[in-house]
Design a binder for this molecule. Structure first.
Ligand code: 5GP
Length: 170
């Protein structure tokens, strides 16, 4: 299956000059969505992973079903102010904007092996911040998995040499 056939590219969203990769057209197709999760699970099944952490909102859409497929737990990474318990926070910069990401301070036990998952790797800012949060909690980051990687933005270079898995590249 060619996943690119299911991804819709919308020019100038959310601002002029951005070529947005819209995955909603893939997600609404049950076979394509399942094929994405199955393929990521196939590539990751031999990795030692205790849990998957994913940033809201599209990191949940990839990370949670992948966690079920691999038989591990899922930990949400959220925008500041959304999690009910005590949190740790870190600043991050997006391809187009700025914010803070947060995790519950007991979400990961020291030494746990964590895979980070999101829909798309652009500049790497979101995942670099996610890695920072997981490491603050004592987690060991085993890799980062994406449906899409935007190669020209060189996001991999921000990820401290962590192994990157991506199914589709632009
Ligand atoms: P980065 O932090 O790597 O620059 O940006 C990646 C984050 O922004 C991801 O969480 C992703 O959901 C979102 N993002 C940025 N550009 C796009 C895009 O073209 N399509 C989608 N689906 N998400 C994007």
């Amino acid at each position: 299956m060619n996943f690119k056939d299911y991804i819709r590219v919308i020019e100038d969203f959310p601002q002029p000059g951005i070529s947005f990769k819209d995955i909603t057209t893939l997600l609404r197709d049950g076979q394509a969505y399942k094929a994405v999760i199955d393929e990521l699970a196939r590539r990751l099944k031999d990795k030692e992973i205790d849990c998957i952490a994913g940033p809201e909102a599209r990191g949940f859409v990839i990370g949670a079903p992948l966690a079920i497929a691999l038989g591990v737990g899922f930990v949400p990474i959220r925008k500041s102010g959304k999690l009910p318990g005590a949190t740790i926070e870190a600043d991050y910069a997006l391809e187009y904007g700025k914010d803070k990401l947060a995790m519950h301070n007991d979400a990961i036990a020291p030494g746990q092996k964590v895979l980070i998952a999101d829909d798309l790797l652009a500049t790497g800012g979101t995942i670099a911040t996610s890695i920072n949060l997981v490491k603050q909690l004592g987690g060991e980051v085993m890799g980062a998995a994406f449906l899409i990687e935007l190669l020209e933005l060189n996001g991999r270079e921000k990820l401290d040499g962590i192994e990157v898995f991506s199914l589709v590249q632009y």
